[in-house]
Ligand binder design. Structure first.
Ligand code: ATP
Ligand code: MG
Length: 431
């Protein structure tokens, strides 16, 4: 252990941007690996896009009057004076890549997933950061409600796979360019008569983006909109039929859900089905995943007229929810405690051979006493230890100690790898 001394770091990380430390990484890898497994069952392939895009991409797709574009983007000019933005979300970049690389020529149904950092200039707090990570999936090419239900089934299966069951699925339909304007106007008319009760921000935006008022966290705005007209009562019949089918398919698949007609999404490109997975475990950061349909987006970005649907999961919020159930990292299968230079050299070769043979082995490099080495083996949670001294080098045999029950067995150093693999195999089949 390094002697305690106060070190003052002169350069620290950017506010709201966190290090993910080794003690947390196993949880992250578990969440990511589980996504790869579940998403590939549903036929999704991973896509990776750059972290920065031309600013215009986000303004055109997410919408000029949304929170993200109005105040949350990390936008800067590069040395050639191009305006670039660190991606605040994944759908627009994935659709840009989809169109640019003509992925629609490969298959009439494209199923893509992504994971990685996103950037939003927000007020950092628990569950809300300036660099955060999303795991998202998109399906382009199908309007059929079966796809909406399948995307939700995949999300449901993912949460079962990662062992988080304290979330509930809320669904809504936001209509389409045919019926939304009528609803929008009805909402503006309703809000107009209650302007005095709205917060300053909503008073400013109720005409440009009235749906956001329904989503406002201010108490006054929530109270003022209790009796606001419901979007579901303004759906045109194709949208109403589509939403009915989504609900029917969810029931057929046994996916529990609630309809929340007040749920609007903070991005303009959404139409028809929208959804959120919410929890009561994270205070006001209650959404762990969100998504919906974006049937006009691909065309509006210059691609073919193809419908799409997708979601994004916030990984930091999942890590917070995993809390105490955190996954632990792999620990050494063998720790070799060596006494003296000759034994340390032999241990070094043995350890290297074991690693090549696929056994996670560790040793001491600091010339510590046997007691200190055993303490470290314990701390590292090694499954087995092997003590190597002069006697063991001469006889070519040593005691292999099983740390779970302290039982010992004699092994020949030349066949150590073989023996260990056998024992470890037995351990993993019996546990
Ligand atoms: P919120 O209402 O919490 O601001 P949002 O509607 O802005 O969420 P989306 O853009 O739909 O979120 O992103 C999908 C998911 O990404 C959210 O449900 C959340 O889990 C996560 N997320 C969004 N913003 C952040 C952030 N700043 N920090 C951490 N996670 C975030
Ligand atoms: Mg937000």
């Amino acid at each position: 252990m390094i002697k305690e001394k106060v070190h003052i770091l002169s350069v620290t990380a950017i506010k709201g941007m966190n290090d993910i430390l080794p003690s947390d990484v196993a949880t992250w890898q578990f969440l990511e690996q589980s996504a790869r497994e579940v998403f590939s069952l549903y036929g999704f392939s991973e896509i990776r896009t750059p972290i920065a895009e031309k600013t215009e991409l986000f303004c055109r797709s997410i919408g000029e009057t949304t929170d993200i574009v109005e105040k949350e983007m990390y936008t800067f000019n590069d040395k050639s004076d191009n305006s670039l933005t660190l991606r605040p979300e994944g759908t627009a970049p994935v659709m840009r890549a989809f169109i640019q690389n003509r992925l629609y020529n490969l298959d009439p149904v494209s199923k893509l997933y992504y994971m990685g950092p996103m950037f939003r200039y927000e007020r950092p707090q628990k569950g809300r950061y300036r660099q955060f990570h999303q795991l998202g999936a998109e399906v382009v090419g199908v309007e059929d409600a079966k796809i909406d239900a399948q995307v939700l089934a995949m999300l449901h299966q993912y949460f079962i796979r990662i062992g988080i069951d304290s979330v509930s699925l809320q669904v809504n339909s936001l209509g389409c360019p045919e019926c939304r304007p009528g609803y929008r106007q009805a909402l503006i008319d309703y809000l107009e008569s209650r302007l005095d009760n709205l917060c300053e921000e909503c008073q400013r935006r109720y005409q440009t983006n009235p749906l956001r008022v329904l989503d406002c966290k201010a108490k006054g705005c929530q109270a003022a909109t209790v009796d606001a007209p419901s979007v579901l009562e303004h759906l045109c019949s194709p949208c109403s039929d589509h939403f009915g089918q989504v609900k029917d398919y969810l029931e057929i698949l046994n996916i529990p859900f609630e309809v929340n007609s007040r749920m609007v999404r903070g991005l303009d490109y959404y139409v028809r089905t929208t959804f959120e997975l919410v929890t009561d475990q994270l205070g006001s950061q209650n959404a762990v995943a969100a998504g919906g349909r974006y049937d006009g987006l691909v065309e509006s970005l210059g691609g073919p007229s193809l419908p799409g649907i997708g979601f994004a999961i916030g990984l930091e919020r999942l890590v917070l929810m995993k809390g105490e159930q955190r996954i632990t990292a792999a620990t050494p299968q063998l720790f070799i405690a060596a006494l003296g230079k000759e034994a340390a050299d032999r241990a070094f070769v043995l350890m290297s051979q074991l690693r090549v043979a696929g056994v996670q082995a560790e040793m001491d490099y600091l010339g510590k006493s046997l007691k200190a080495q055993m303490r470290r083996a314990n701390k590292l949670n090694a499954a087995f230890t092997l003590i190597l001294g002069e006697e063991e080098l001469n006889s070519g045999q040593a005691q292999l100690k099983d740390m779970s029950d302290s039982s010992q067995s004699t092994v020949t150093l030349d066949s150590l790898a073989e023996m260990l693999i056998k024992k470890l195999g037995k351990m993993s089949t019996s546990s």
